[in-house]
Design a protein around this ligand. Structure first.
Ligand code: SF4
Length: 404
């Protein structure tokens, strides 16, 4: 892994005074980092992406925002070496991909510096993948995508021979360099299947300080590492998503303020401690968040045992407000008729990320006939099956009311 030191002065020059103020407010630790060789700009360290031979920045720009109207974030990301850009066909009705296309059109030399990822939602048939890929290429004004993902798979059974053949053909046509999938639910199952399949280059998975310590997740990540699959973590903040800020949040924030960085930066650091994770894809819709996350990559302060204990305590105290994505448990209890985990994800975007648009977008991908009956169903079997004891009945009714 490439490691770079950064001087405070160089960092201020790059972030700008306003950005630096907010970074320093969140991260006293950046001021303690040793100086870099004169004139070296601070850029995010790199890590290998599986066996692809490509190194990617350990922080990736998540593009779930209207990039057309916020081009500045892309420019600042470039300045910091955040050259792994992630988007999807569906984000902000295409304005995420179109915004990247606008930027490439104005800055034609930039495309070759970017590790560009996009994703196509299901159903994952060759025909649909062809049309989704062509749409992404056209919107982003590029003739290739570095990694093209099947968006949001739930099961290794989705790694079909048809998709394998499609990926080989798309690579041969040079429209994509690598292929893989993203997964928000039952991630361990899909990771194990990918490691066995041998034709998956990269995976973006829900992965955070809560999930990373389970035996199933550790085994799945080990299997992918052995198979040379590049892993990108997403949803790493894993805040307690369904209740308003509570005492546990305040306690966690207080602990890390004394340590000189924010609890957000601490959650990122916890995931980066695992070198098997190539990068964290973070939703950074403005320069302040981007600068704070970049500061966390450059800061050399390690999490202590007390820091890990604070995160574990928070995870325990707030688990009833956190959906772990173990959809096979609650959904099996309901005869696989209701996508409980997708509804929980919609609510997470609404409450945890304050992103009503994305919450609605995710919710409306559930078939209308299912959405219509959500508020009326009996979820007691799902609640019994849920290891986190989520109040599923209350949350399903809330989702139907807020997003329906
Ligand atoms: S609702 Fe519970 S069982 Fe279902 S995916 Fe979330 S945490 Fe797992």
């Amino acid at each position: 892994m490439k490691e770079e030191h950064v001087s405070r002065r160089n960092f201020i020059k790059t972030v700008g005074v306003a950005g630096m103020g907010s970074v320093l407010a969140r991260s006293r630790a950046i001021a303690q980092t040793p100086p870099s060789p004169a004139g070296t700009p601070p850029t995010v360290p790199l890590r290998p992406f599986g066996k692809t031979g490509v190194k990617v920045p350990m922080l990736a720009l998540g593009g779930i925002f209207d990039i057309s109207t916020n081009q500045l974030v892309l420019q600042r990301a470039l300045d910091f070496g955040v050259t792994y850009w992630d988007t999807a066909n569906s984000y902000t009705n295409g304005n995420s991909e179109k915004g990247i296309g606008m930027f490439f059109e104005k800055n034609p030399d930039v495309r070759k510096k970017i590790f560009l990822v996009s994703k196509a939602g299901g159903p994952h048939t060759s025909e649909r993948m062809n049309s989704m890929l062509d749409l992404s290429l056209q919107r982003m004004k590029t003739d290739y995508i570095d990694v093209f993902f099947m968006h949001g798979i739930r099961d290794g059974a989705e790694l079909t021979d048809e998709m394998k053949a499609w990926a080989e053909k798309a690579k041969a046509s040079r429209k994509i360099r690598f292929f893989g999938f993203s997964s928000h639910g039952d991630m361990e199952n899909s990771l194990q299947a990918a490691a066995k399949a041998g034709w998956i280059d990269g995976i973006m998975l829900k992965y955070d300080y809560r999930l990373m310590h389970t035996d199933a997740m550790k085994a799945a990540v080990d299997a992918c590492e052995k198979a040379g699959v590049g892993l990108t973590a997403m949803k790493t903040q894993s805040k307690e998503s369904f209740n308003l800020e509570n005492e546990a949040d305040l306690k966690l924030g207080g602990h890390f303020v004394k340590r000189g960085f924010s609890e957000h930066q601490a959650r990122l650091k916890a995931v980066w401690e695992n070198p098997q994770i190539a990068s964290i894809c973070s939703q950074m819709p403005n320069v302040t968040v981007l600068a704070a996350n970049v500061a966390a990559t450059l800061d050399k302060t390690k999490l202590t045992n007390a820091d890990h204990a604070a995160l574990r305590l928070y995870a325990r105290e707030t688990c009833s407000g956190y959906c772990a994505g173990c959809a096979h448990l609650c959904e099996a209890a309901l005869g696989h008729n209701v996508p409980v985990a997708d509804v929980m994800r919609s609510l997470m975007y609404h409450h945890g990320y304050d992103d009503v648009g994305l919450a609605r977008e995710t919710f409306t991908r559930i078939p209308e006939s299912v959405r219509r009956q959500l508020a009326a169903l009996d979820y007691s079997a799902a609640e019994r099956a849920c290891p986190n004891r989520l109040p599923i009945t209350r949350l399903m009714r809330e989702a139907a009311e807020l997003l329906g």
